[in-house]
Design a protein around this ligand. Structure first.
Ligand SMILES: Cc1cc2nc3c(=O)[nH]c(=O)nc-3n(C[C@H](O)[C@H](O)[C@H](O)COP(=O)(O)OP(=O)(O)OC[C@H]3O[C@@H](n4cnc5c(N)ncnc54)[C@H](O)[C@@H]3O)c2cc1C
Length: 188
């Protein structure tokens, strides 16, 4: 069983998976490569002068995988509760089990709604429906979290990436039973 499964590997999901895997959590990252980020050109991402969407997404995937996240190219079609976690079923009939699930599905709330996760009207342009989350990223179902566009944050890559990191840190902290901080120090 995975400790953390992230569904969606745009900036929100890949950033969440990066933090989860770097914290030593057994992490699954599921993506069907239909996100909005690949279509963008970014000149407002702090620390990066300019970057195309495909490069931004692919670099994020490499970072998550470098720290041990297992990235699979699948479409998640069902998310259900099991004894002590969740079962994720993909279009190809593959079953994954995870203790915690982070939904980072961008503009799509269909999987969340099917799983019984509460949704609400979105406030961002062109984002009609989002998952209802609290300040930590928790949904109405304990163990299911949401981050990024699907969680209703401002539709900008740096914000969705930051929200993915925030939610992952909250999940890691809950698993550890103590607040988690990931700081590396400049090598001398
Ligand atoms: C044309 C365009 C230009 C933009 N320009 C800018 C810009 O200049 N600056 C800026 O800051 N922002 C820009 N944005 C917005 C920015 O791309 C988004 O705010 C942000 O990157 C969204 O990240 P996300 O991770 O929330 O969603 P996404 O990047 O959409 O990622 C969601 C991921 O979830 C996957 N997914 C969804 N459902 C499933 C499922 N059931 N199973 C498996 N995978 C699933 C999708 O395939 C996708 O990879 C632009 C957007 C567009 C469309």
């Amino acid at each position: 069983m995975y400790e953390i499964a992230v569904i969606g590997a745009g900036p929100a999901g890949a950033s969440a998976a990066l933090f989860a895997a770097k914290a030593g959590k057994k992490t699954l990252l599921i993506d069907n490569d239909k996100g909005m980020t690949r279509r963008g050109w970014f000149e407002n991402f702090y620390g990066i002068s300019e970057v195309g969407g495909p490069e931004l997404v692919e670099t994020g995937h490499k970072q998550a995988v470098k720290f041990g996240a297992e990235l699979v190219s699948e479409q998640a079609i069902n998310l259900t509760s099991s004894g002590n976690g969740f079962v994720i079923e993909t279009e190809d009939g593959i079953i994954y089990e995870a203790k915690h699930v982070i939904l980072a599905t961008g503009a799509l709330t269909d999987l969340a709604a099917k799983a019984g996760v509460e949704t609400k009207d979105g406030t961002e342009p062109r984002i009609k429906t989002v998952v209802a989350v609290d300040a930590e990223g928790k949904t109405n179902i304990a163990g299911i979290w949401a981050a990024g566009t699907v969680a209703g944050v401002s539709v900008h890559a740096i914000i969705t990436a930051g929200d993915g990191a925030k939610v992952a840190i909250n999940v890691i902290s809950e698993l550890n039973g103590a607040r988690y901080v990931d700081h590396d120090v400049l090598k001398a």
